[in-house]
Ligand binder design. Sequence first.
Ligand SMILES: [Zn+2]
Length: 235
Amino acid sequence: MAILACAQTSILRGYLNKRITIFSDSRAALLAINVPRVDSALVGECKEVLNRRASTNRVRLLWVPGHTRVKGNERADELARKGANTPMTRPESAVGLAKNVIRTGISRWTEAQLDMAWRREPKARQAHIFMRHWDRERTSYLMKLDRSALRKAIGVLTGHCRLRRHLHLLGLEKDKRCRKCEQEEETPPHILCFCSVEKGKRNQILGSYFPDSKDIESIPLGAILHFFREGGWPL
Ligand SMILES: [Zn+2]
């Protein structure tokens, strides 16, 4: 708003072929003006006026630290205080935050809500073993997979896949024990953390002979799916 007012003042004064330098202590405002795509009417208007000024003058925008006794800056602060006590002229000036700051705030709040909802979810016992928290990276990896790869990845994380224990629960398989070691139920946690037959492959692909569930949580899903593929496990 203040930058726009400065640019408009220079128009009123009829400056031509002058060097116009506008100082601002608002990094947010300077950044907003500097981005190529503008989605704020106020910033758009400001850019337009500045560009018009720049066609007949040399215009520079400079950042100055706030509250450091820069004469013009102190005067601007004084006017801003006055402005805060006068009725609003447009809706945008009511929120003194850049759009990206608001967007980031909303996004962080949403992620915190998702995380809390996931931790409180009493169902999905196995999914909680490998996903204790809501994970932004894992979520965006999953969102990019095609239908078939997504089904397999979800199968590993939830146990709802073609491994023996799940097929046994569905009444499609008699034996629920691991087909390779026959020691425990054939589940993703068994294969990823405990199966003695698979320890060499685990070390080679996942970086540990016997990783625990926390280790698995930090291994990229792509490597986990590769490990299952290499072992010939049906998912
Ligand atoms: Zn096994």
